[in-house]
Write a protein that binds this ligand. Structure first.
Ligand code: ZN
Length: 136
């Protein structure tokens, strides 16, 4: 099991790490380490042949799975499809989901859950370019 660590916290930011993605094991939720208020992010990994031990459904939050490594199958209700490194899967509320690793390489993924329908402005409709002096 890999642990998440909060590295740095400021008034306006927090930095956390799970360490190297390669070799990550288990499941880690990020929200408590960063204080996120808009979404929950988790890292998960499944070894060859393993699936999450249960199907689950969400009442309010959609989920977006980003596959970082490995290959597998993803099931939403009665539909099954292939996933692999680079796949991004959005799953709506009120449906059952699970995923399984079918490769020798562990299936490692990020899952972002956020309230369905809550995204208002984003990217350049929410952001504005500022003239802050760089310290980088
Ligand atoms: Zn979930």
């Amino acid at each position: 099991m890999s642990d998440i660590k909060t590295i740095l916290k400021g008034d306006k930011f927090a930095v956390a790490t799970i360490g190297a993605i390669k070799g990550f094991e288990g499941k880690q939720f990020v929200k408590d380490a960063t204080g996120a208020t808009s979404c929950e992010i988790s890292f998960g990994t499944l070894p060859e042949g393993a699936s999450v031990p249960f199907f689950h459904s969400h009442k309010e939050n959609e989920e977006n799975y980003i596959i970082l490594s490995g290959e597998g199958k993803f099931q939403v209700d009665d539909t099954v499809f292939d996933i692999a490194e680079g796949s991004i899967v959005r799953v709506a509320t009120n449906c059952d989901r699970n995923l399984k690793c079918t490769s020798a390489e562990p299936l490692t993924y990020i899952c972002i859950q956020a309230k369905e329908g809550s995204l208002g402005g984003y990217t350049m409709t929410d952001a504005e370019i500022t003239e802050h002096p760089t310290l980088l």
